[in-house]
Design a protein around this ligand. Sequence first.
Ligand code: SF4
Length: 344
Amino acid sequence: MDSLRAARYPFLRGASEFAEEHSQGIEMLLEGANYADARKRGLDRVMGALKNHTVPDYSLTNDYSRLMEVLSYPYARMLVSCIDDRLLTKRYALAEAEHMNSVLSKDRESLPIIIEELEINAQLNNDGTMNLHFADFLRFSYVMKAVEWKLINMNVKDGYVRLPAEKLVRLIQNAYRSRIESELPLKVPEEFRTFLQADINKINAVLAEAKNRMDPTNGEGMKDEFVPPCIKAIIEMAQAGQNLPHSARFALVSFLHALGLTYQQIIAIFAVSPDFNEAVSEYQIKHITGELNGTDGYTPPECATMKTNGICFNPDPLCEHIKHPLNYYRIKAGKPFGRRQEDE
Ligand code: SF4
């Protein structure tokens, strides 16, 4: 593989072969003076993802720079793996995928290679459009909420969705993001961690700040005066013993969980209801908060979903300026919020 393509797409098998051929192995990457630039770029990949949601663009004009770029990728992945934090992994995967998208958008020649690497069932048409198998379309578009991404609005023939190349590249971004999330954490040998520790410490410090900024409650627990009107109404309904629709129960539990309330604190809200059934509530809460399947639980629904489900109760003037109940809470609590907080 040529060095420029390897540097642009360091996840390709050909890029790994390029790195093996032109470097002196993982130990030298971790400690060799000749590889300090690769380690710095690897740290920048992770820091860029955490701080700015981007992977920095380095000049790739010569072979040295390209090799450093390729090697920075496994170094970054080792750092993320050692820390093994869900927020960090998701931010890193998203930044890498968006970076790949911006590079691939200007480099259509590499499209077939990327498609093959990510095992996407797609073929190029003579007019520059692509045919993507509908199963892959559904797999990679399910996070796209805009109407233009609904299968019903697509040109489908013989099981394939015909797409302009730029739309396919956007779906490839999703495929690559999922690939990274599924691959990490890697098993990093204990003896490697000594060399990684200084950079791990730097990332951990920035990660802790990011988490603190995102915590709507500042670690102080839920304050009733900041709770959005929809959630207040659902709490009142639950405590009055009204039969909550599943969507309302889901919105309430996921919202409280996102604010950091414990299982005991959440079930205490339902326990006031006259027809409280502990076994049923326990199962539902533990399912929604991820305790049953070892995940971090579901993200609370955004306002648009709440409206569709008919549970956007009593919106007030602040509601006109927000798209997510958690951001209502953040604004009331005087906490800033940035892009994609609810995606995370
Ligand atoms: S607009 Fe959003 S925050 Fe406000 S009541 Fe409706 S769902 Fe809740």
